[in-house]
Design a protein around this ligand. Structure first.
Ligand SMILES: Cc1cc2nc3c(=O)[nH]c(=O)nc-3n(C[C@H](O)[C@H](O)[C@H](O)COP(=O)(O)OP(=O)(O)OC[C@H]3O[C@@H](n4cnc5c(N)ncnc54)[C@H](O)[C@@H]3O)c2cc1C
Length: 444
């Protein structure tokens, strides 16, 4: 089927944000009498879930040090909960288990969660944490833990199943979703985008939404947006210049045990576990693997077929323009995990729970992991450029942010959203940055 010559709204990218925006926009156009799903097209150069959303571990949590991120996540958790079946969402909860260096930060997260009514418990003290964790897993044995934040909401969702759920809802609302159509540039007039050029022809448009995940630097360049960004000092000091986009590589894998191997003491699916510790990490033969600090996350997962999770990401040490984003994910020759990850992650599982001792050989040796595109402060940019080009650039925070599409749809209809306000690009020039925590991750 040939592509249409024009659509009011062209959305590039059929990942979590493109599909969610399309679905909400179509519904809002219809309910407001301003149009219908027929005004919206989603195009993807490959297929639904061909980007980061299709390989995401799928963890949904609120645990953020930044108030604006927490509020946005609380909103998104509400969307996940609105249809757990279609989104393949498992509301098992989430635990941030930490060493003393993170105690104050996590306490502040807990206090602010209370303030916004997000249900969680906070346990302090080494003995108390050990007791609490043994109440969940009788074989818990991680060292050096002095606080546990247990979020009762959140959990995880199955990546491709949730995307198919979104796709079904978007198509039911009348949206045309096309794979195999690659955008190659924009036609502009008077500074605004008037058409999207693709390898199959040109689509005229009133609005374009760019939701291309790790490929963001290409459309950013087509609009001549800056490759470096000046960040003003909030207290009047010297400003700093950073590349607008850099890449981090995420290291994830799966231990090939039955997912039911990781049930809690009552035989139920446990919360997602995330631990950050400064205790030295040894393998099962007693050899030092990492002096510390280090961190991992894990969960039982039927779609990955085992206990799935990851280790700390690393920065891709190249300018963004030199990084090969394609082929993406497990097909990449550069950014998949290997032996070091297998040893570290399985040693860390065994450090946490005795049931994983002697199980490192069960790691699935298949390629996994992938890269994410990060902004100058590692937080999302949700903003309009060139008058009508809306970027949803989530700085790799975003599978869990399923609710952002609903807010973007409102903004496309002219209603500014307070939840998105802290994520405008102007925050760099204004020095209005999000607070930074002591977490080793660029996304906490
Ligand atoms: C290994 C890994 C694990 C992760 N785990 C989690 C997690 O547990 N929880 C969480 O919240 N987040 C996680 N993330 C981050 C999350 O996956 C991303 O932030 C999010 O999926 C980005 O969604 P998106 O819709 O913006 O982009 P994507 O899902 O990347 O989709 C972009 C789409 O755009 C298409 N595209 C690109 N360029 C063009 C073009 N020129 N023309 C047409 N189409 C184009 C691509 O084919 C792709 O399908 C993880 C990321 C990775 C890499």
């Amino acid at each position: 089927m040939s592509i249409p010559s024009g659509k009011k709204y062209v959305i590039i990218g059929a990942g979590i944000h493109g599909l969610s925006t399309a679905m909400h926009l179509a519904r809002k156009l219809e309910s407001s009498g301003r149009g219908s799903g027929d005004d919206v097209i989603v195009i993807d150069k490959k297929a639904v879930g061909a980007g980061a959303s299709g390989i995401a571990c799928g963890v949904v949590r609120n645990n953020y040090f930044q108030p604006a991120m927490r509020e946005l996540m609380a909103h998104s958790v509400g969307v996940w909960e609105s249809d757990t079946e279609a989104y393949s969402y498992h509301p098992v909860g989430y635990m941030q288990i930490s060493h003393e260096g993170m105690h104050e930060d996590v306490l502040s997260i807990y206090e602010q969660q209370k303030a916004i009514g997000y249900e969680s418990s906070f346990i302090e003290g080494a003995a108390e944490c050990q007791e609490y964790m043994e109440g969940i897993f009788h074989d818990w044995r991680a060292q050096g833990i002095t606080s546990v934040l247990h979020e009762k909401k959140g959990g995880y969702a199955n990546n491709m199943k949730s995307l198919r759920g979104l796709l079904g809802k978007a198509e039911a609302a009348g949206v045309d979703v096309r794979g195999g159509v690659e955008v190659t540039g924009f036609v502009t007039d008077g500074g605004a985008v008037t058409a999207v050029e693709t390898d199959q022809g040109t689509i005229g448009c009133d609005h374009v939404v760019i939701a291309v995940g790790p490929w963001v630097q290409a459309p950013w360049a087509w609009l001549d947006l800056p490759t470096t960004t000046t960040i003003a000092s909030p207290d009047g000091g010297d400003s700093i210049e950073r590349p607008t986009w850099i890449y981090w590589a995420l290291q994830e894998g799966t231990l090939g045990v039955d997912p039911g191997y990781l049930v809690d003491n009552d035989g139920n699916m446990p919360p997602v576990i995330h631990i950050d510790t400064d205790a030295p990490l040894y393998d099962d033969d007693g050899e030092l693997v990492v002096e510390g600090p280090w961190g991992i996350y894990y969960k039982p997962d039927f779609s990955f077929g085992g206990v799935q999770g990851g280790y700390m990401p690393y920065i891709v040490d190249k300018p963004a323009a030199e990084v090969a984003v394609d082929p993406y994910g497990p097909e990449s020759p550069d950014f998949v995990v290997g032996g070091d990850f297998y040893r570290t992650w399985t040693s860390a599982l065994s450090h946490c729970q005795k049931r994983f001792e002697g199980k490192s050989h069960l790691i699935k040796p298949e390629p996994s992991g992938g890269i994410g595109s990060f902004s100058p402060d590692s937080f999302p940019i949700f903003d309009t450029f060139s008058q009508n080009a809306y970027f949803i650039a989530d700085s790799n925070h975003g599978y869990k942010m399923i609710g952002v599409g609903a807010l973007v749809a409102e903004e496309l209809l002219g209603h500014e959203q307070a939840l998105l306000e802290p994520f405008r690009y102007s925050r760099y020039a204004e020095g209005k940055l999000h607070p930074v925590s002591n977490s080793p991750y660029p996304w906490s």
